[in-house]
Every structure is written in structure tokens, then in C-alpha cells.
Ligand binder design. Structure first.
Ligand SMILES: [Zn+2]
Length: 510
């Protein structure tokens, strides 16, 4: 079984912002988790490069659209490498391979008699690349998302018979698994219930796009082209890339993770296009919320845009990952607050987890000849039950893509292990030689629990995980079966522990 997960193909009008980083980090942690569970994963990301907005941005910058796209696409790819994103495919919609798949797909939709020529009149938002309803019919009507004036368009375009798929889409969205979270699903159900209208899939007077083969003065509508990137990406490295090959290599996608603003395209247009072409729709669409900063919407005009590059240099990738994955409930809107950020990193990672590791390895080194203790028996049901419950909850959360809940489960477990240590007070017990076996067992248990924390946190914070496990004497981490290593009691006895060093630096308020 292949597990296919995708970020949206990001629009290259500008370099990555915090929202695109957020989506990509979510996908990365799920992809890492699935790989650890032994699944073959194809993690797709990439860029959506066509459309009027790109053409205009390039013109404004005094470069050709191609030059503009090469530059921004390069920035996206390099950014994801800097953030250590474990993507398997990076698709550019300007590639020849992608174009071939678009043509093959178009022929299939045409063969289903779902393409016709019609009149497109309406108010268009170039930012959304979407026609908007304009109930007032006023020329100054603005896009509710971009707050910019809409443009009146009156063109002869090719249309896709979306209305024909009313029943099929209704049936699809009835499945509670298809769209998450349920608030998003309800929005879509509500929208679909008003009746689906055909939509135009081509533009005239727009050069920067893929030419429609049988109507060469038309280019494909950017969404019709871009959505297909999820499929062309699959066989993009192959010499004989084709629609069929991509489909055979693992389609349908298991999970599209997107921002809630592009839900309609993914949950309605895209599945209908696929059904028309005789291809299965994706299995799940998960729409996450928007990010604000200190309670305010971020925007260029407000001057409060948070640049991921600055966050990376200032805090490091793992701190940012932890904040975004743990503190924001996946599916809801989230807020980025500097003070809260510093508090969370210091409390969760430096104190609760880092300090637990640090002080316990220090005690073990001091009392047991720089080694993990040797023990006569490994039974202490209190802590083993705690560990097993946390592991069970954690796996269950991640199987259901509840990353914030999974992260909090690790943190709760670490808090409980700290409580266990404080309650047992081995630093008091050690003063009496008669207690030595009890102290050995306590220290072993806490070290073992910390090893489990380090193992569990791997898909969320891969580097942090490696640092924890290394300090516990595990050197060859990559070859181990991850699930197997969650079993209690695998920490070797009497192995050398290195000098403890902080696994994460505390942050200061600025
Ligand atoms: Zn808009």
C-alpha cells in the first residue's frame, strides 16, 4: 500500500509565508509517521505557476513569467530543504511532464462529453483566480479575502459540466471521512445543496498557461491545470510519465492537506473532474485554519507578516515545528504570539522533557559509574501502565491526524514521569545503602520512559528525538523498527552514558 499525502501546490506569486510553512510541516510530520509505521509514502509538494496573477507579478518585476517562476520555485524548494521537509516529489506545473498529463486528462474529460463552449460573465478576483458572486452588482465590489476590487470579465470559455456531478458529489461528501474537520464539511454540504454550476476551465487573452490543444487561443484555467499536479507529480521522475502510469503508481491520494480558503476547489471541483475522467477521487481533504499574529490578521499592508526565514534563524526549525504542531488545534484557526512561543518552548521542550533527561542521566552517571543502572527486575506497573496508555493514545491520535493531541499526549506523559520522579525522591533514598535496588529501578524506569518519549516524538521533532536517544546511548537509530522500539524495557542496562548536554537551548524574551 502506498500512502500519498500532498501539500497544496503553492502559488508562486511570492516566497513561502507562515501559512505555507504550517501546511508543509503538518504534512511532513504525517509523512514521517507513516514511514515509521512501515508504509511506503509519496509525499508531494510543489508549485502552481500559471495564471493571470503570476503574469502580472512578473510584469511588475520587469522579468518574464518563466524567469519569475524559476526564481520563486527555487526559493520554495530550497526553503523546504532548509526546514528538513521530507518530501518525495516536487512538481512544477510549468514542466513538460505535467503538461503531458494535463492533455491526457483533458481528452478523457472531453470523451465523457463534459466540455463545452460557453459565455463566461462575472466578477473575477485575480488573487483567488476565481469568479465571485456579486449580489450588489456594484462595480466596486471587493473580494472578501483579498479586499481588492473585482474585475468584470466577459469571455467565451470552455466549460466543465460540474452540474452533472451534483449527485456524485453529494454522495461523496456524505461520507464523514472525506472532509475534515466537520465545520468545513458542513460549509461544503451547504454550498453543494444550493446546486452546482458549471465552471469555465479556459481563458482567452491570457498567455501564461497551458494551451488548450484544440482551441489554441485558449489557455487552461489555472486551477484545472494545477490540481492535476497532484497526479503528474507521482510519475514525474519517470521517463515515460503519463496519466496512466501516475494512477497505477498509487492514486488516489490518501490525504490532501490544504488551507480552508481553497477547500471548494479540492472537495468539489477536483473530485468531479476526476470522476468525469474515470479516476477515483482522493480519500480525504483536511482543511486547516488560518494563522494570525498576536490576534491580528497578517498582511503586507499591516506590516506584520511573519517571515519563516526569520523564525528559522531566530528559533531553529524544531522549536517552530513544536509550536505550530502542538499549540494549534489542527483544523482550527491559530495565533502566533511571541511570548507564548518562548514560554511553550521553554516549558515543554527545555524544562519538562529536556530537564527530565538531563537530571536523570546525571543521577545515573553519578551513582552508577557513568552508566545506566543494572536492575534485578523491570516491573513497576505504575509507570509501565502510564507509558502504554500514552503510546496507545498517541498512535490513535496520529492515525486520525490529530497532531496537536498526539503532541500533547507526549507532553502529558513527560509531566507524569516528572511527577513519578519527584514522588519517589531517589536523591533521598540513595543516602541509605539498603535502598540501592529501589533507586536503580526508579532511575531505570525514568530513563526508559524518557527513551519512549524520545521515540514517540520522532515524527514531530526528528532532530530533538535523535538528541534524546543519543544521550541514552542509542547510536544507530535509523535502522530500528520504530513500533518495536516502543516496547517497555528495551533500554540496555549498564551502558555508558555520555556527559549530558542541553538538548534544546532556552529562549529569551526580546
Ligand atoms: Zn480574492
Amino acid at each position: 500500500m502506498t500512502f500519498i499525502i500532498t501539500t497544496p501546490l503553492y502559488y508562486v506569486n511570492d516566497k513561502p509565508h507562515l501559512g505555507s510553512l504550517y501546511t508543509t510541516i503538518i504534512c511532513d510530520s504525517i509523512a514521517r509517521y507513516k514511514r515509521l509505521r512501515g508504509e511506503k509514502v509519496i509525499f508531494i509538494t510543489g508549485v502552481d505557476e500559471h495564471g493571470l496573477k503570476i503574469q502580472r507579478t512578473a510584469l511588475k518585476n520587469g522579468v518574464s513569467p518563466k524567469e519569475h517562476c524559476d526564481k520563486i520555485s527555487g526559493i520554495f524548494k530550497n526553503n523546504w530543504i532548509e526546514w528538513d521537509i521530507s518530501f518525495n516529489k516536487f512538481i512544477r506545473t510549468t514542466s513538460q511532464e505535467h503538461k503531458k498529463v494535463v492533455y491526457e486528462f483533458y481528452e478523457k474529460v472531453k470523451a465523457s462529453n463534459d466540455i463545452y463552449m460557453g459565455e463566461q460573465k462575472g466578477w473575477y478576483c485575480v488573487g483567488c483566480e476565481e469568479f465571485k458572486d456579486n449580489p450588489d452588482n456594484s462595480p466596486s465590489y471587493k473580494c472578501p479575502i483579498h479586499k481588492k476590487n473585482l474585475e468584470w470579465k466577459n469571455e467565451t470559455n470552455l466549460f466543465f459540466r460540474l452540474s452533472k456531478y451534483q449527485g456524485a458529489i453529494e454522495e461523496l461528501i456524505q461520507d464523514p471521512e472525506f472532509i475534515e474537520p466537520k465545520e468545513r464539511r458542513n460549509e461544503i454540504i451547504n454550498f453543494v445543496s444550493k446546486g452546482l454550476k458549471d465552471f469555465s476551465i479556459s481563458r482567452t487573452n491570457l498567455d501564461w498557461g497551458i494551451r488548450v490543444p484544440d482551441n489554441s487561443n485558449h489557455t487552461f484555467y489555472v486551477w484545472f491545470d494545477a490540481l492535476l499536479g497532484y497526479i503528474s507529480a507521482i510519475s514525474s521522475d519517470d521517463k515515460n510519465i503519463s496519466l496512466d502510469l501516475s494512477i497505477k503508481s498509487g492514486w488516489p491520494a490518501n490525504l490532501h492537506i490544504i488551507g480552508k480558503d481553497i477547500l471548494r476547489f479540492h472537495a468539489i471541483y477536483w473530485p468531479a473532474m476526476l470522476i468525469s475522467a474515470g479516476i477515483k477521487p482522493p480519500k480525504k481533504i483536511l482543511g486547516h485554519g488560518f494563522l494570525t499574529r498576536e490576534g491580528q490578521k497578517m498582511g503586507k499592508s499591516l506590516g506584520n507578516v511573519l517571515d519563516p526565514e526569520i523564525l528559522l534563524n531566530k528559533y531553529g526549525k524544531e522549536s517552530v515545528r513544536w509550536y505550530l504542531l502542538k499549540d494549534i488545534s489542527l483544523g482550527s484557526d491559530g495565533d502566533f504570539q511571541d511570548r507564548r512561543f518562548v514560554d511553550i518552548i521553554n516549558n515543554d521542550l527545555a524544562n519538562t522533557i529536556g530537564n527530565l533527561l538531563n537530571r536523570t542521566t546525571s543521577m545515573s552517571r553519578k551513582w552508577f559509574n557513568n552508566q545506566t543502572p543494572s536492575i534485578s527486575e523491570k516491573n513497576d506497573n505504575e509507570i509501565i501502565t502510564l507509558a502504554n496508555n500514552s503510546i496507545k493514545n498517541y498512535l490513535n491520535y496520529l492515525d486520525n491526524y490529530k497532531i496537536d493531541k498526539a503532541s500533547n499526549e507526549i507532553l502529558n506523559f513527560a509531566t507524569n514521569v516528572n511527577l513519578y520522579l519527584n514522588k519517589k525522591e531517589p536523591w533521598v533514598l540513595i543516602k541509605d545503602d539498603n535502598n540501592i535496588n529501589e533507586v536503580k529501578l526508579i532511575i531505570y524506569n525514568v530513563l526508559e520512559a524518557t527513551r519512549i518519549i524520545g521515540t514517540l516524538i520522532k515524527p514531530i521533532l526528528p532532530e530533538f528525538s535523535n538528541k534524546i536517544l543519543k544521550q541514552l546511548g542509542e547510536n544507530d537509530i535509523s535502522n530500528k523498527d520504530w513500533e518495536e522500539s516502543l516496547k517497555w524495557g528495551l533500554l540496555p542496562e549498564s551502558i555508558k552514558l555520555q556527559q549530558p548536554i542541553p538538548i534544546i537551548n532556552k529562549l529569551d524574551y526580546e
